[in-house]
Design a protein around this ligand. Structure first.
Ligand code: NAP
Length: 253
């Protein structure tokens, strides 16, 4: 039996992605802090397809030690696809940003993602059919005002993941490595970024996708041979493209 791991599956893009992969008959390991939401997702999945196995892991991945513990706890499972989707943003100027929140964001968006990616690649790079998808952002390719630090975390995700895709291709590895870069998507993202209890996208945001649409785009990326699946920030079209950053191979004389 093989599994798809999705971090940040308790709401938004991760929740819908879990349903989308379940619709493809994939067994799931769903990860987040909110157990109730994961239980609800599990029963929704089992309602759609009672033959699937859905495993819940509750953990706080802003504590990087927990990334190692999560990976260790999954040693008994054969993992076909790993999706690092958990992440959050912050809308504030650099001078005004809450550094406790920023530290947690750096731990989650950068460190835990790097640890989980590295461990997964170490074990599975040469296993046929495996994939790693890291969720970046349009803000991982364009710096957006008032979200500088968040964008910098996502530039890291884009650069790290594109670089890894190159590295594995050069080695002839079997694993495919991909970056999903959503633009505005209707989830809990905005309310968390603004530290408010509710946010209505309709009326406040000119263009956005629903998390269900974004999960569909993730499946398109999963099915393609391209490395980057990115929403165009102007047209809001979803594009599957080759790596965007320059890549150089060091040559020694
Ligand atoms: P969301 O609804 O807020 O979902 C975020 C997910 O991450 C939740 O399941 C949350 O679960 C999990 N998470 C947050 N902190 C965590 C922690 N400390 N430990 C473990 N899990 C944690 O927002 P979303 O939009 O779906 O976000 C998914 C990804 O898309 C993020 O990486 C985000 O940066 C990216 N993205 C979003 C947008 C957008 O406009 N929505 C645009 C570009 C990129 P718990 O709170 O239960 O732990």
């Amino acid at each position: 039996m093989v599994y798809t791991v999705i971090t940040g599956a308790s709401s938004g893009i991760g929740y819908e992605a879990a349903l989308a992969f379940a619709s493809r008959g994939k067994n799931l390991i769903i990860v987040a802090r909110r157990k109730d939401n994961l239980e609800k997702l599990k029963s929704e999945i089992l309602h759609i397809n009672p033959n699937l196995d859905v495993v819940i892991r509750t953990t706080d991945l802003s504590v990087t030690e927990n990334a190692y513990k999560l990976y260790e706890s999954l040693r008994g499972f054969q993992i076909e696809t790993w999706i690092n989707n958990a992440g959050f943003g912050n809308f504030a100027t650099v001078a005004e940003q809450n550094l406790n929140k920023i530290e947690a964001m750096l731990h989650l968006n950068i460190e835990s993602l790097t640890i989980l990616t590295s461990l997964y690649v170490r074990d599975y790079a040469n296993v046929e059919g495996t994939q790693l998808i890291n969720v970046s952002s349009g803000g991982g390719y364009t710096i957006i005002a008032n979200s500088i630090t968040y964008c910098a975390t996502k530039f890291y995700v884009s650069a790290f993941t594109e670089g890894l895709a190159h590295e594995l291709k050069l080695k002839g590895a079997k694993m495919q490595v991909k970056v999903l870069a959503p633009a505005a998507t209707e989830t809990e993202f905005a309310q968390r970024s603004l530290d408010i209890d509710e946010f209505q996208y309709e009326g406040a945001v000119a263009k956005f996708h629903t998390s269900k649409q974004m999960a569909g785009f993730m499946l398109d990326l999963y099915d393609s041979n391209k490395v980057v699946g990115k929403v165009d920030g102007i047209t809001y079209e979803f594009e599957l493209v080759d790596p965007i950053f320059n890549f150089a191979v060091r040559t020694t004389k």
